[in-house]
Design a protein around this ligand. Structure first.
Ligand code: MN
Length: 188
């Protein structure tokens, strides 16, 4: 089993155990097929980021919990190398570096997302109260917010409700790199 697959398999198994969900129930809650869930749990499949996002949404958990082992104890200072952050669970049109994985104390996770040319994804709404903050680091990308695609150039910053349908795409020939801070409002 590859290491990223192992972390994903472990997380899925423990989330199911916590909830007491069968594979059937998990398929219903996440919109991911039972067969695929089984493969992921056995480490036989490298799920796409889109699939992981669906699973995370079904469990009301963060994407980064699938990509990262949460630290055992609170650590204020975290220093991580550029290469360690950029190992990809699967070949995907969106590369994900979990810069700061979700931590309950802070209520957010922060990603560097690289949208390769031609990438387009409609996101399932995240859990209620989720707010996304997108900053374009390089290239040009489009965000679908409130039913309309808006073009964002390098340096643009946008905040929007992540609990409504939205999308990301790159129609250009160069990769677009963005920072995405996803804030979870769990105390409401
Ligand atoms: Mn999103």
């Amino acid at each position: 089993m590859q290491e990223p697959n192992q972390q994903i398999a472990k997380t899925l198994k423990s989330l199911r155990a916590e909830q007491g969900w069968s594979l059937d129930r998990t398929a219903k809650e996440t919109g991911v097929s039972k067969a695929m869930l089984g493969q992921i749990e056995r480490g036989e499949s490298s799920p796409t980021i889109a699939t992981l996002w669906k699973i995370a949404g079904g469990f009301n958990t963060s994407l980064s919990s699938f990509l990262e082992i949460a630290p055992d104890r609170a650590q204020e200072t975290v220093i991580r190398s550029a290469t360690a952050l950029r190992s990809q669970p699967s070949p995907d049109q969106m590369l994900v570096a979990p810069l700061f994985p979700h931590d309950d104390r802070f209520g957010f996770e922060m990603f560097e997302l690289t949208l390769l040319p031609g990438y387009e994804r409609y996101s399932e709404p995240h859990e209620p109260g989720v707010t996304e903050h997108v900053v374009v680091i390089s290239g040009v990308m489009e965000l679908l917010i409130d039913g309309a695609w808006i073009t964002l150039e390098k340096g643009a910053a946008v905040r929007f409700a992540g609990d409504k349908p939205h999308g990301y795409r790159n129609l250009h020939s160069e990769p677009a790199v963005i920072h995405d801070v996803i804030h979870y409002d769990r105390d409401r």
